[in-house]
Structure formats: structure tokens, C-alpha cells
Design a protein around this ligand. Structure first.
Ligand SMILES: Cc1cc2nc3c(=O)[nH]c(=O)nc-3n(C[C@H](O)[C@H](O)[C@H](O)COP(=O)(O)OP(=O)(O)OC[C@H]3O[C@@H](n4cnc5c(N)ncnc54)[C@H](O)[C@@H]3O)c2cc1C
Length: 313
């Protein structure tokens, strides 16, 4: 099958069905390279997570994405044409304690009517995902580890591990919203909350649901019991005049490895270890720009292309 020096295996396991693993899978599938994909979660998506809460999907991880990469733009144009993604907003609010709200304009943010997980599901359409399968050792054959470095390091040695910072996402259902911002707001100089988004606006159904992201410092204090983050988050939202009354419901989700604290200077790593390939991909493999959804897609795509090249050369 291959002439890569000393390479002896003919099976590939992708561990991690987030967008990096899904992007790698797409490249392998297009080249007719057989693979299996496993994930410890029941559903694919990883940090693009959109569970159903109180009757509708809520984006609890990434809630929007940007499109600077030209190849990614082609993928997004296809999603847009099929109604899976839409241009949402380029102006967000800025909230700061004891200060009048203002706004900041940046790149167009894209959102999804069915939650961001729907995009990963679309990428893996027709692929048999082995869910609820947590690997603790490298499986036989070639392996792609598509996950944050600290998670990959539980399975094998990772080159130059990049650490991650935590976030607790708190979803808040209210009777009605009367917000001091439109769509979403960055929160500056607050010890507990650094972002809050109108989930109904980004999803396009106008449901009165907010999602607030804690600062990493606040998250760090509640990793054992994320529900304890709810009270300080609600206090912060009241202080910032985002909510006035008691919410109808709340839900806290812990992301121990939410965002890379640094990044690698290449888009992936691929090592030949004793005759088999071990590849590393994910948002931390981001040689320029900020680690995010589109860098994870770029990373998985680049690793997939390099694997195909080395398997077929
Ligand atoms: C709260 C939050 C807000 C964010 N906001 C934005 C945003 O607005 N815009 C943006 O672009 N990005 C945002 N991001 C970042 C974005 O979600 C990530 O960059 C992107 O989803 C990373 O994808 P990935 O495939 O690299 O990793 P992941 O999505 O983390 O996928 C890794 C997968 O590996 C699986 N896994 C891990 N260990 C094992 C194991 N041992 N065995 C089997 N499976 C395993 C996990 O279950 C997971 O599904 C946000 C992230 C968080 C947490």
C-alpha cells in the first residue's frame, strides 16, 4: 500500500469526531482511503456542541465561526446554499461594569439554524461513527489524534504539548429578553463572565435564551461542580443589566479544555513511529491567526492531505 520508509500498516483510526477529525475523514474518504472514526461522546461535534435543552438546541461550545480561509469558504458556501449556515452578524456589543454599553465591528460571524454540531454531522454524513468509545491507548495501525493536546497526551506522547484554559458555559432561559446589546457582547474587565450571546438571535428563532461564558479564572474554581458557576454568572448578568428577573431555567456545561493557551507553529504533526503513522490535529495546530473552528478545519484537512500523499507516494 505504501512506500513511506518502514511504514507497515494498512488501517487508519481517527480518534475524535470534532471538526478537525471530521475534516480529516472527508479528505481520506475523497481519496478512497479506508478509516474508522471513534469518539468518546455519544454524538459527534466535540466543542461544536448543540444539545437539546428545554425543547430546542442550544450552542454550548462554539456558537459561531469566521471564514478567512479560502478553502474553508468553499465548504461554507455549500453549507449556506443548503441552509445549514448563514451570515449572522459583524457587530457585537461591549459590556463593562459601571460603563455605558458600546459596540465593536469585526469579521462576519456565521451561525447555524440547527446548531453548530449539525455542520460536523453533515461532514460525517454516511460515515459510521463509533460513539461512546474512549481510547486510553493507541489502537493498532495508523492513528490520527484529533483533540486538544492534554487529551491526546492521555493516549500517547504529544510533541510540545499546548495547554488549554477552561470555560463554563451557562445557558439561561428567561420569559423575555430586553438586552443592552444586539446579538452578542464581549464583557470586559469582569472577573466572572467574558462573553454573552443571544442564542435565539444567532439561531434565528428568537427564543429568549442566553448563553454566557465564564472567564477561565471563574471556570477553574468550579471544574469539580460546574453548577456552582451559575450563581456568580447570574449575578454578573444582573450587574451588567442583561437580565432583570429570576430565569426560568439554567444549565451549566464544563469545558475543561475550551481554548488553547498557545498554539503550534504548523497546522498538524505526522510522525512515523516504528512503522506506523501517528498524526496530531485540532484547533491548537494553528500556525497563524486565532485557534478556532476554521483553524481546526484547516488542521484536519491538511493532515488528511499529507496522510494521503504519504500513503500513495
Ligand atoms: C465555550 C467555547 C466557545 C467557543 N467559541 C468559539 C467561537 O465562537 N468561534 C470559533 O471559531 N471557535 C470557538 N470555540 C472553539 C471551537 O469550538 C474549537 O476550535 C473547535 O471546535 C475545535 O475542534 P477540534 O476538532 O479541534 O476539537 P474538539 O471539538 O474538542 O474535538 C475533539 C474530540 O475528541 C474526542 N475525544 C477526546 N479524547 C478522546 C478519547 N480518549 N477517545 C475518544 N475520543 C476522544 C472528544 O470527545 C471530541 O469530540 C469555542 C470553544 C468553546 C469550548
Amino acid at each position: 500500500m505504501t512506500v513511506d520508509a518502514g511504514h507497515t500498516t494498512d488501517s487508519i483510526t481517527i480518534v475524535g469526531a470534532g471538526i478537525a477529525g471530521a475534516a480529516c475523514a472527508r479528505v481520506l474518504a475523497a481519496a478512497s482511503v479506508p478509516f474508522r472514526i471513534v469518539d468518546r461522546g455519544r454524538a459527534p461535534g466535540g466543542r461544536m456542541s448543540s444539545p437539546e435543552l428545554h425543547g430546542r438546541r442550544v450552542d454550548l461550545g462554539a456558537g459561531y465561526f469566521t471564514v478567512r480561509d479560502q478553502d474553508f469558504a468553499t465548504v461554507v458556501a455549500d453549507w449556506e446554499s443548503r441552509g445549514l449556515a448563514r451570515q449572522w452578524a459583524n457587530t457585537f456589543g461591549i459590556l463593562k461594569p459601571d460603563t455605558e454599553p458600546c459596540t465593536t465591528t469585526g469579521p462576519v460571524r456565521w451561525a447555524t439554524p440547527h446548531g453548530l454540531r449539525s455542520l460536523v454531522r453533515d461532514m460525517l454524513d454516511g460515515v459510521d461513527i463509533e460513539g461512546s468509545t474512549e481510547l486510553t491507548d493507541l489502537p493498532d495501525g495508523d492513528v490520527v489524534l484529533a483533540m486538544p493536546d492534554p487529551q491526546a497526551a492521555r493516549i500517547t506522547t504529544v510533541p510540545d504539548v499546548v495547554e488549554y484554559v477552561p470555560v463554563i458555559a451557562v445557558a439561561v432561559g428567561v420569559d423575555r429578553l430586553d438586552l443592552p446589546f444586539r446579538d452578542a457582547a464581549f464583557v470586559n474587565d469582569h472577573p466572572d463572565v467574558d462573553f454573552v450571546v443571544d442564542d435565539g438571535a444567532r439561531r434565528g428563532d428568537d427564543a429568549p435564551v442566553l448563553v454566557a461564558h465564564t472567564t477561565s479564572e471563574r471556570a477553574q474554581r468550579h471544574l469539580d461542580d460546574p453548577d456552582l458557576a451559575v450563581a456568580p454568572v447570574l449575578d454578573a448578568l444582573r450587574e451588567l443589566s442583561v437580565i432583570a428577573s429570576q430565569p426560568a431555567w439554567t444549565h451549566a456545561h464544563r469545558w475543561t479544555f475550551a481554548k488553547p493557551a498557545a498554539q503550534h507553529d504548523s497546522t498538524f504533526a505526522l510522525e512515523n513511529r516504528s512503522g506506523r503513522f501517528v498524526g496530531f490535529t485540532g484547533d491548537q495546530w494553528c500556525e497563524s491567526g486565532v485557534p478556532r473552528v476554521e483553524s481546526a478545519w484547516r488542521s484536519g484537512t491538511d493532515l488528511g492531505m499529507e496522510l494521503v500523499r504519504r500513503l500513495e507516494s
